[in-house]
Write a protein that binds this ligand. Sequence first.
Ligand SMILES: O=P(O)(O)OC[C@H]1O[C@H](OP(=O)(O)OP(=O)(O)O)[C@H](O)[C@@H]1O
Ligand SMILES: Nc1nc2[nH]cnc2c(=O)[nH]1
Length: 185
Amino acid sequence: MNNIQIDDKEFEILIQNENIAKRTRLIGIQINVDYEDRCPIFIGVLNGSFLFMADLLKEITISCEIGFIKVSSYEGTESSGNIRETFGLPNDLENRDIILIEDIVDTGLTLSYILNEVYKQNPASVKVCSLLLKPAALKSPINELEYVGFELTNEFVVGYGLDYNGLGRNLKDIYRAKSVTPQLP
Ligand SMILES: O=P(O)(O)OC[C@H]1O[C@H](OP(=O)(O)OP(=O)(O)O)[C@H](O)[C@@H]1O
Ligand SMILES: Nc1nc2[nH]cnc2c(=O)[nH]1
């Protein structure tokens, strides 16, 4: 299925699940090496990270803890940049190694907000693992961004946890919005 319709938008295939799985396996191996003999806390950012978090954690063989947090920011395809609150952040992060798991880093506003909240608890270290990154959309560099699955251009993507108007999170593959060709009169 190379082209799909979700709500009012057409999407085309961008990254197949086999390639997501291969990349995830490699990231998992790297994290196992980097955190050998440590016990990091993986914190997934809901909702979008739920599939990536589950698949990545199946590749993790070191001792670790797992949690999820939720922040709110986006409607449709536009970034509101209007992040209100973090829900569910553990309050015992002092001296712990934290690995934040994101599905996508776009403007980086969500992540900057979360990082700020996490640092208030004086963790030992903080790194970010994101399946997707849009480098050209980043509003400011994020030094903690250590593990990235795929770099994208500035296109809206959906599937494998990412939604369009609440739909499409269950898709195995990742799709990008097809550009609309202007209609001649
Ligand atoms: O880098 P940014 O421009 O801040 O965008 C990235 C954030 O946007 C998406 O979350 P969203 O707020 O849409 O919530 P969701 O995970 O529930 O879809 C995504 O999961 C990231 O958390
Ligand atoms: N679904 C989806 N959510 C996002 N949040 C930030 N960028 C995106 C994107 O490209 N797709």
